[in-house]
Design a binder for this molecule. Structure first.
Ligand SMILES: Nc1nc2c(ncn2[C@@H]2O[C@H](COP(=O)(O)OP(=O)(O)OP(=O)(O)O)[C@@H](O)[C@H]2O)c(=O)[nH]1
Ligand SMILES: [Mg+2]
Length: 259
């Protein structure tokens, strides 16, 4: 059994190395697939440095920004584990909390395991008030759409079996969180929420702006409700966008001697 931890990154030079270092030993084979999405800072160099230290780290790199959902999709395609986890690089969900998510996914193959930030109290600095309100509204709407109570729709941390993840209709929405919920609804996956203690971002800034992203999110939320009520004849998305390179530790630093 192997776990692939997919870490989408956009301008995370101040976070990515610490994030990778903080992932605990999980007692199963593990790889970390970082998807750098045309970052304009030193993210890619930081990942290449991390690869020298840790052979578990792999890098998929887009030269031009594709959006988080497409980055996650390509990470899932590149993953070699039976179970995949999406982890934000900003450590707002602590990498130390990964084992709880993994345990839940190991017990149920037919489930989407998601973090929820709204069970435990958290530092007000961790989330703007406008985001708190919109998170409450989208959670309420999705609970209606899915006919099951969920308390959070936008927590980045998710775990599921790769065979299910490959069927998620990722890329309709820039961020992908709603796409996972639509896919879970279509596939009849149980949604298991894991309460986490949400942390303020350590370095860098969120790529999400209250305006106009809030409006786009709201529109996407309503579209997700429509899609959940109108499931297609299901077939995995045929989008063929692929990262331009995926570099393995061995290829970069221990090239095979050629005659
Ligand atoms: N690959 C890729 N990753 C992205 C992109 N936008 C954001 N991310 C990553 O997705 C994770 C979450 O992004 P944030 O910018 O923190 O946004 P958020 O967590 O949705 O919103 P906040 O609640 O405001 O933090 C981080 O690891 C980002 O680096 C993107 O366009 N491409
Ligand atoms: Mg964040």
């Amino acid at each position: 059994m192997k776990l692939s931890i997919i870490i989408p990154c956009y301008n995370e030079e101040g976070n990515i190395q610490q994030c990778l270092r903080r992932i605990p030993e999980l007692g199963i084979e593990c790889e970390y697939v970082v998807v750098d999405d045309g970052s304009q800072d030193q993210t890619r160099r930081k990942v290449l440095e991390a690869m020298k230290e840790n052979p578990r780290v792999r890098l998929a790199a887009f030269d031009r920004n594709q959006g988080k959902a497409k980055a996650v999709k390509s990470g899932i395609e590149q993953a070699r584990g039976e179970i995949v986890m999406i982890l934000d690089a900003d450590m707002t969900v602590r990498p130390e909390d990964i084992p709880v998510f993994l345990d839940a996914a190991l017990q149920k193959k037919n489930a989407l395991v998601m973090g929820t930030r709204f069970v435990y109290p958290f530092d007000k600095k961790a989330m703007r008030w406008i985001n708190r309100i919109s998170n409450r509204i989208t959670a309420w709407l999705f609970s209606k759409f899915l006919k099951t109570k969920i308390t959070d729709t936008l927590c980045g941390t998710k775990v599921l079996w790769r065979e299910k993840a490959l069927q998620m209709p990722l890329g309709r929405d820039r961020w992908g969180d709603f796409d996972f919920l639509v896919g879970a609804g279509w596939l009849g996956l149980e949604i298991i929420e894991v309460p986490i203690r949400y942390q303020p971002r350590l370095n860098g800034k969120s790529s999400m702006k209250a305006f106009p992203d809030g409006f786009v999110l709201f529109k996407n939320c309503l579209r997700a409700g429509y899609l959940l009520n109108h499931p297609p004849q299901f077939s995995p998305s045929a989008d063929s966008s692929k990262p331009q390179e995926i570099l393995k530790h061995e290829e970069l630093f221990e090239p095979a001697a050629k005659e």
